[in-house]
Ligand binder design. Structure first.
Ligand SMILES: [Ca+2]
Length: 208
């Protein structure tokens, strides 16, 4: 009886080992001539870096805060009131807690589907980071694009925004080969159905 159990355990173990081997990643072919490799390389250089503290971000000498901003939707679309307008995302962060604030941009409705926020900066730079300070409904960003100085948009990040609470989504890039002074952010306002999505400020980092 004991031997039978041991044989069964051995078979199970052997099966698991074989399954494990089957799951091992196969080595990527190192071709360098196909154009798809260029796209792959671009995606692999993008990651979310949440290590920098707020103090370090505020002190970053290569960082700029937006000077103007527009959005596909704003809370006071009809009245033109400055509260919750896209303009509230310009300058350094001025919201100090995870909460609704008139000093942040908010869409017209709590669940407005997919929306965009576009920010412009004084100096075109070879970007290395985009830092989005979220103060409500955090985790809604789905895409970040940079518009180069010839007007072409480059997608530099797409994915799941891990931001929680009052914090930055930090999209850490390898230095871009083009200059940009415009950031376009796409957000899914339905990700947190119970909360309005609000963005306080966005920093573009790079060298001139
Ligand atoms: Ca603000």
């Amino acid at each position: 009886m004991k031997k039978g159990i041991m044989s069964l355990a051995f078979l199970l173990l052997a099966g698991l080992v074989m399954m494990g081997i089957g799951c091992l990643p196969t080595e990527k072919k190192s071709t360098t001539t196909e154009s798809t490799d260029v796209v792959e390389e671009e995606v692999e250089t993008v990651n979310i870096d949440s290590k920098l503290t707020n103090a370090a971000i505020l002190a970053d000498t290569n960082g700029q805060w937006a000077v103007s901003a527009t959005a596909s939707t704003t809370y006071n679309d009809a009245t033109g009131d400055a509260s919750w307008s896209a303009q509230q995302t310009t300058g350094a962060p001025n919201v100090t807690k995870y909460a609704d604030s008139v000093y942040a941009w908010a869409p017209k409705e709590k669940n407005k589907g997919t929306v965009t926020l576009e920010l412009t900066y004084a100096d075109p730079v070879y970007a290395t980071n985009v830092r989005i300070f979220e103060n409500l409904g955090s985790g809604a960003a789905t895409k970040v694009e940079l518009k180069d100085i010839d007007g072409v948009y480059h997608e530099v990040w797409t994915g799941t925004d891990p931001t929680k609470g009052l914090n930055y989504l930090q999209v850490n890039l390898s230095q871009r080969s083009y200059k940009s002074n415009t950031v376009r952010i796409t957000l899914d306002t339905t990700k947190s159905p119970e909360e309005w999505v609000e963005v306080d400020a966005v920093q573009l980092v790079g060298t001139k």
